[in-house]
Design a protein around this ligand. Structure first.
Ligand code: HEC
Length: 184
């Protein structure tokens, strides 16, 4: 009997170790993949924003963001075979509204930020068993003209393009939203 218990213990130990080993490597895999995809996505979007601002000022930037931001994240989703999006607790475009998992992640980030903790990417399985990746998006000085205390010109543009906008009044360093990836 004792011998069997010993074998059983060993078996359980091995199971635990190999299970957690597998999970760790999956988390590492999706973290690295998520980091690379969001890096490319950030560069693509901020490049498009910069050139739109240079070419035709803030009014043009609004028109370009309105037409292109979602198209760009959609085409990157296609390239990488994932679902990539930007979402937030206070959204500008309703098409970017968060799903249940994204909402819970944003709430966790907001709580961490309140406690002064650093915000790092989160990789885990959602309720449906799909691997998910989230990365915080923080407000930088160059975001404030469209997401901080905005000018009358920006107010008018918001009324035109996003009448239900909730994404102003942010301050530098605040959580603006997240990059979110759903893996197949
Ligand atoms: C020229 C104005 C402008 C600037 C500058 C700007 N944004 Fe935006 N932002 C927009 C517009 C317009 C949208 C809506 C895009 C769409 O229709 O998908 C948006 C959408 C977003 C979203 C998607 C979620 C949502 O609310 O719909 C995030 C996240 C975001 N911006 C973060 C930032 C950050 C971070 C910066 C600074 C690095 C920044 N923005 C700079 C205009 C701007």
């Amino acid at each position: 009997m004792k011998r069997y218990i010993g074998v059983l213990m060993l078996f359980l130990l091995y199971q635990c170790r190999s299970d957690s080993g597998k999970a760790t490597s999956e988390v590492e895999y999706y973290s690295a993949l998520g980091d690379s995809i969001t890096k490319v996505a950030f560069q693509t979007l901020s490049g498009a924003l910069k050139s739109a601002l240079q070419q035709g000022g803030i009014e043009n930037a609004f028109a370009v963001c309105n037409r292109k931001a979602l198209r760009l994240t959609d085409s990157l989703s296609h390239v990488f075979h994932v679902k990539l999006k930007r979402t937030a607790h206070k959204i500008r475009n309703e098409a970017n509204a968060p799903d249940a998992w994204e909402k819970s992640v944003i709430q966790r980030y907001l709580a961490m930020q309140k406690e002064g903790k650093p915000l790092k990417p989160i990789v885990e399985k959602d309720q449906t068993g799909k691997w998910r990746y989230a990365k915080p998006i923080l407000v930088k000085p160059q975001c404030l003209m469209c997401h901080g205390e905005v000018s009358p010109q920006v107010k008018a543009l918001l009324a035109k393009y996003y009448p239900n906008d909730q994404a102003t009044g942010f301050t530098e360093g605040e959580l603006r939203g997240i990059w979110s990836i759903q893996f197949p």
